[in-house]
Design a protein around this ligand. Structure first.
Ligand code: DX5
Ligand code: ZN
Length: 215
């Protein structure tokens, strides 16, 4: 069964406590938390301070997606804020191996995110060191964008790499996931679905999470 990770980027922040309660009651597995710095991506979202509050509002896994430059400067702060999984972008890490060791040494699971244009082949020598690959299916920076179809091919390639090596690495798809395309994403080999707008803009978010979970 797929892991469902609603992205709080699409939540109503004036109602953050209620939004967290809703996710707690739902079949959502992880809280996906999108951190943007206005440099790596053309948008600014929230940082460790907000995550610290969210951490207190849930016992579910906090899956923190860093869309920031120099993530190594902040890894410790995100650990303190309560991150369980810390994902950095391959495009933002000149010393990816070191960054991953740092995240793991801090006691978090390590994820690597790839922009749509970045080939999965770039993970060949690091795959055995990581817990999760986040394949971006939109250009990061904003919620509510349209799924880029060629991502499906990347999922298949990555699943093949993981299976051939007998590894246990999550494949997370992030961006433009809907009830309509989720099945083909899972069929291609992903096991974690991030969904922002699809969950939070639905008339019945708990029902929507249930539908995604059922696939
Ligand atoms: C995009 C973020 C996503 C975003 C997904 O930069 O990384 O997690 O919140 O939002 P939707 O599901 O609306 O595309
Ligand atoms: Zn994300």
């Amino acid at each position: 069964m797929a892991i469902i990770a609603p992205s709080l980027l699409a939540a109503n922040f004036l109602e953050l406590s209620n939004e967290c309660e809703m996710l707690n009651k739902s079949e959502a597995d992880w809280f996906h938390l999108d951190v943007m710095d206005g440099r790596f991506v053309p948008n600014i979202s929230f940082g460790p301070m907000i995550i610290e509050f969210i951490r207190k509002a849930t016992t579910k896994t906090c899956d923190v997606h860093l869309m920031i430059e120099e993530p190594e400067k902040y890894a410790e702060e995100f650990k303190k804020a309560g991150a369980d999984i810390l994902t950095v972008h391959i495009e933002a890490c000149r010393h990816l191996h070191r960054n991953i060791q740092q995240i793991k040494a801090l006691g978090m699971k390590a994820g690597v995110a790839l922009n749509p244009h970045t080939p999965v082949a770039g993970l060949a020598d690091i795959l055995h060191e990581i817990d999760l690959v986040c394949l971006m299916s939109v250009n990061p920076g904003f919620g509510g964008q349209k799924f880029i179809p060629f991502t499906l091919e990347k999922i298949k390639q990555l699943r093949k790499m993981i299976t051939e090596r007998g590894l246990n690495v999550h494949i997370e798809i992030d961006g433009g996931v809907t009830l309509e395309n989720a099945q083909s994403i899972l069929y291609a080999g992903a096991d974690v679905l991030v969904a922002g707008s699809t969950v939070f803009k639905a008339p019945d978010p708990i029902g929507m999470i249930h539908q995604l979970k059922k696939l």
